[in-house]
Design a protein around this ligand. Structure first.
Ligand code: AMP
Ligand code: ZN
Length: 465
C-alpha cells in the first residue's frame, strides 16, 4: 500500500516516491532557541516524528536533520522587528556578545531536547546550530551575488525575488499578505525581496563576511544547512503552516537561484495548536510541557491527544480534552501491564505477529496522509476484539506503537522500593486520621526519593519523577 502525503507544493495528496530506494532524506525547521518550547512547537515535532516513524515502519532508513536557529530570526517573518536572540539577551540581562548569545542558545536547546525525549520523539541525525554554519551561508550569499540574484543596499544584502521565474511556489504572496508588513524601503527592488544578510552597526556584534560584517537572515540558514547535510533536492521538508508564505518560499527561492535545483520534493506542514482560537506563540500566551506536567498530565498523554487529530487539522488547547486523552492513554498502559502474562489460550495458538487484518487496516490509515485518529480508533477496535488473545493484541499494539510512539514497549510494572512503600503506608495511616500536615511531609519525603504521589478517591498512586 503506497504512502500518500499532502504536498503543499502542488496542494494535493500525492504518492510518496523517494529519490533513493532505501533512504529518505528529511529536514525539519527546528526551534529558535531564545525561550522554552511551547506545546505548539512540540506539535510540529510530534508530527515530523510520526512521519519519520511511518517511513521507518515501511522499511526506509531516514536521514533527518533539524536545525537550531540561534541567530537571525526576527520577531516578524517579514524582515522587521528585533532579532529574537538579541531580545533574549536583553530579557536575561546578558552582555551583547556572540558568546552570551550562544550560552542562551545552548540552555534552551538542552531544554528543548529534554521535552522532545519526554515525548518519545526520535533524535534527528544532526541538530546543526546556525552560528556554526556562517561560512556556508556566506558562501551561498556570495554565489547569489555573483549570479545577480542578490544585491547590496546600505543596511543589507537582499535576495532579488524577480531573479527566478516563479517566486512564491508554495503559496502566492499577495501585496496584502505578510510581505506588505515590511513597509516601503526605497532601496529594495521588489516588495517581496528579503534580507540574506544584515550589516552590523558600527561597534556592534556581528560575523565577518567578504561583503561586510553582520548577521545572516533566518531563511538562508535553512537553505545552506539543508544543502550541506542532505544535498539538494532532498525528499521531505517539514514545518508549521506559518512557514509557508515567507520562510519556506524564501528557502526554495534561494536554493533555486544558487543551485538551479528544487530544495525538496515534498513539503509537509502541520496546522497550529491554538489557545482561545489564537495561534500559540512564544510572544503571547503559551504553555510548556512542564506546565502540563504540573497539571498532572504526562507528556505521552499529551502526545496521545495530539494523535487524536490529523496533523493538518487545527487543534484548540483544552485541558479537559487532554485529561480525557490521559484517561484513554492510561487504559492502554493498563492493558499492556495486564497482558504481561501469556494466557492458557494464547499458549495453545501459534503466535500471530502482528494480526494481519489489523496491520493492514493500520497501514491503510497511516499511509493515508498520516491519519492518526483512524489509527487510534483501530487500536480500540483491536483491544475490544473478543476473538484475539491478549498476548496477540499486545504484540499488535506494540507493533503499531513503532509509529504512534506512545512508549508502550517501555512500560513495566512499577517496582516500589521498600523504603518508599513504608513511607506510603505511614502516609496512608496519617491520611486516614486526617493528619494532613504529616501526610504532606511524607509526600515531600517520597518526592525527594524520586516519586510523585497522586491521590484520588481510590487511593494513592506513585509516578517516577
Ligand atoms: P519557532 O521556534 O517559532 O521557529 O517554531 C518552531 C516550529 O514550531 C516551526 O515549525 C513552527 O511552524 C512551529 N509552530 C510554532 N507555533 C506553532 C503552533 N502554535 N502550533 C503548531 N506549530 C507551531
Ligand atoms: Zn527553516
Amino acid at each position: 500500500m503506497a504512502l500518500r502525503l499532502f504536498n503543499t507544493l502542488g496542494r494535493e495528496k500525492q504518492e510518496f516516491v523517494p529519490i533513493g530506494k532505501k533512504e529518505v532524506r528529511m529536514y525539519s525547521c527546528g526551534p529558535t532557541v531564545y525561550n522554552y518550547l511551547h506545546i505548539g512547537n512540540l506539535r510540529s515535532y510530534v508530527f515530523a516524528d510520526v512521519l519519520k516513524r511511518t517511513l521507518m515502519y515501511s522499511g526506509y532508513k531516514v536521514k533527518h536533520i533539524m536545525n537550531i536557529t540561534d541567530v537571525g530570526h526576527l520577531t516578524s517573518d517579514a524582515d522587521e522587528g528585533d532579532d529574537k536572540m538579541v531580545k533574549a539577551l536583553k530579557r536575561e540581562g546578558k552582555p551583547m556578545t556572540i558568546a552570551a548569545m550562544r550560552e542562551i542558545a545552548n540552555t534552551y536547546y538542552e531544554k528543548a531536547r529534554i521535552d522532545m525525549q519526554k515525548l518519545e520523539i526520535l533524535s534527528a541525525d544532526e541538530y546543526p546550530f546556525a552560528t556554526d554554519h556562517i561560512k556556508e551561508m556566506v558562501a551561498m550569499i556570495e554565489v547569489l551575488l555573483e549570479k545577480n540574484a542578490a544585491y547590496k543596499t546600505a543596511d543589507s544584502i537582499y535576495f532579488d525575488t524577480k531573479s527566478i521565474p516563479d517566486y512564491g511556489k508554495l503559496a502566492k504572496v499577495k501585496a496584502n499578505d505578510e510581505h506588505s508588513r515590511i513597509g516601503v524601503n526605497s532601496e529594495k527592488k521588489n516588495l517581496e525581496d528579503f534580507a540574506l544578510w544584515k550589516f552590523a552597526d558600527a561597534g556592534g556584534i556581528g560575523f565577518e563576511a567578504s561583503f561586510g560584517r553582520g548577521f545572516p537572515g533566518w531563511h538562508i540558514e535553512c537553505s545552506a544547512m539543508a544543502e550541506k547535510y542532505l544535498g539538494v533536492p532532498f525528499d521531505i521538508h517539514t514545518g508549521g503552516i506559518d512557514h509557508i508564505p515567507v520562510h519556506h518560499n524564501n528557502e526554495i527561492a534561494q536554493t533555486e537561484a544558487a543551485t538551479g535545483k528544487l530544495l525538496a520534493n515534498y513539503w509537509l506542514h502541520n496546522a497550529h495548536l491554538t489557545i482561545g482560537e489564537e495561534k500559540m506563540a512564544k510572544s503571547g500566551e503559551f504553555l510548556t510541557l512542564s506546565v502540563l506536567e504540573k497539571e498532572g498530565i504526562s507528556p505521552l498523554a499529551y502526545r496521545y491527544w495530539l494523535l487524536t487529530a490529523r496533523y493538518s487539522t487545527r487543534m484548540d488547547y483544552s485541558l479537559e480534552a487532554i485529561k480525557a486523552a490521559q484517561t484513554a492513554y492510561e487504559k492502554l498502559v493498563n492493558f499492556i501491564l495486564s497482558a504481561q502474562k501469556t494466557t492458557f489460550w494464547a499458549k495453545l495458538k501459534p503466535k500471530r505477529l502482528p494480526s494481519g487484518f489489523y496491520r493492514e487496516k493500520f497501514l491503510e490509515a497511516i499511509n493515508d496522509d498520516l491519519d492518526t485518529p483512524k489509527a487510534l480508533a483501530l487500536v480500540w477496535e483491536l483491544l475490544k476484539d473478543g476473538s484475539l488473545p491478549d498476548t496477540d493484541k499486545k504484540a499488535t499494539l506494540l507493533d503499531f506503537d513503532k509509529v504512534l510512539g506512545l512508549g508502550l514497549a517501555d512500560i513495566k510494572k512499577l517496582e516500589i522500593p521498600e523504603e518508599i512503600q513504608n513511607l506510603l503506608d505511614e502516609r496512608k495511616i496519617a491520611r486516614n486520621s486526617k493528619d494532613w500536615v504529616k501526610s504532606d511531609e511524607l509526600r515531600k519525603e517520597i518526592e525527594k526519593l524520586g516519586f510523585a504521589v497522586k491521590d484520588s478517591d481510590s487511593g494513592s498512586e506513585l509516578r517516577p519523577l
